[in-house]
Design a protein around this ligand. Structure first.
Ligand code: FAD
Length: 355
């Protein structure tokens, strides 16, 4: 394996975005080191709903473009790296006339804007497709092409492949960034990189600021609960509040281990979050989900300006690339974010040996 000819790259953060980015850079011929302050995947990347999305973000956003391509790339990487994807439909379940009308109006929009096939079905037909639906469901829109992963499995497969391909994961916190491009850590200033990628999730905005780059974000918690029942064949969610395709938030989501996930909430935490999820989604289901087996809370990092992924070079140091505001569907988009970063980093060479 050659892989030295593109120069040396540092990636800060071993979440799904940092790991896929390291993978692409290594594949292209960079020598890659990852700085991780905790353990790989300890941020949002293992505290999410495990959905490979198809149509989640509003049209016109970079998030949407990268997620659409990312969803396709995950199918490729799942066989290269050996992680599972369970293909499931999304069922948007209407429980009244107004929601049924919204679905009818949405159908052509979904097909035109996202290029996916959507079907409107009666409540009975929806129950044939998903027996866990309650009699409250009067009609539904069905969209094929969603996927479910086990995010911990994806992370561990990526880490394994990277380690086998001479990528070092250094257990050190990046304190600041400097022109050079250099990284300041508790162990001193590290020099000698040709390119530095700031993929530090919750900390990416702060790190960018240490270099004078202002990319403000807010953090919004998302609570999810895991249940032993009902067993689902599909993702079940409520229709959007209007025809703008903005989700009402969360869903009932089958997991690869057979459990059922409710959520996530948008900001609501603790026992209020747990009971709100149960109240909203029980209405769509034929049996009560009961008390959760487990409660998981993740943190969304949302870019304040324009609510979109901010993928840009530092104004001070063009060899530092910031990945800020990588909120949902960042897990889905991660492989295509990595492609974009490689294009910005600019080197394509042989020398990588994935499994
Ligand atoms: C509740 C919830 C549900 C979601 N559901 C979905 C979903 O179903 N599908 C989907 O596509 N997306 C989903 N998302 C979004 C997705 O999880 C994130 O977009 C994605 O995980 C972001 O990955 P990341 O690598 O940027 O960040 P992270 O996973 O947070 O990784 C950042 C890493 O950097 C490390 N780090 C931080 N600071 C430093 C530092 N200074 N030095 C060294 N290391 C550092 C951290 O320890 C961490 O390991 C969800 C998000 C939330 C919160």
């Amino acid at each position: 394996m050659s892989g030295r000819s593109c120069g040396k790259a540092a990636v800060i953060g071993a979440g799904i975005v940092g790991l896929f980015t390291a993978f692409k850079l290594r594949e292209a011929g960079f020598e890659v080191e990852i700085y991780e302050k905790s353990v790989p995947g300890s941020g949002a990347s293992t505290k999410n709903a495990n959905v490979i999305h198809l149509i989640q973000p509003p049209p016109g956003k970079l998030r949407r473009v990268l997620a659409l391509r990312g969803a396709r790339l995950h199918r490729v990487y799942s066989s290269i790296l050996g992680y599972r994807i369970l293909d499931v439909p999304l069922i948007l379940a209407a429980t009244g006339l107004q929601e049924s009308l919204i679905l009818k109006m949405l159908k052509p929009l979904v097909e035109k804007v996202y290029g996916v096939k959507a079907y409107i079905v009666s409540g009975d037909r929806a129950r044939d497709l998903e027996p866990a639906l309650s009699d409250n469901v009067v009609s539904a829109m069905v969209i094929e092409g969603y996927g479910i992963v086990d995010s911990k499995e994806v992370i561990s497969r990526l880490v394994k492949s990277l380690l086998e391909n001479s990528v070092h994961i250094i257990n050190v916190e990046a304190k600041a960034l400097k022109a050079g491009p250099n990284i300041i850590t508790s162990e001193g200033e590290i020099k000698g990189y040709n390119i530095v990628i700031n993929a530090a999730g919750e900390d990416a905005s702060r790190l960018a600021r240490t270099l004078g780059d202002i990319i403000p974000t807010i953090k919004v918690p998302g609570l999810m609960t895991l249940h032993s029942k009902p067993r689902l064949r599909s993702i079940v969610a409520r229709p959007p509040a209007g025809i703008k395709l903005e989700s009402k938030g969360g869903g009932v989501i089958p997991q690869l281990d057979g459990k059922t996930l409710l959520g996530p909430t948008f900001g609501l935490r603790g026992s209020r979050g747990v009971s709100e999820l149960r109240r909203i989604f029980n209405k769509l289901l034929s049996e009560d989900v009961g008390e959760p087996l487990k409660v998981v809370e993740g943190v969304r990092v949302i870019a304040v300006r324009g609510r979109d992924f901010k993928i840009r070079r530092s104004y001070r140091e063009p060899h530092i690339i910031h990945l800020v505001g990588i909120e949902s569907p960042g897990f889905t988009a991660a492989p295509s974010i990595a492609e974009l970063v490689l294009e910005m980093a600019g080197c394509k060479k042989e020398g990588f040996n994935p499994p």
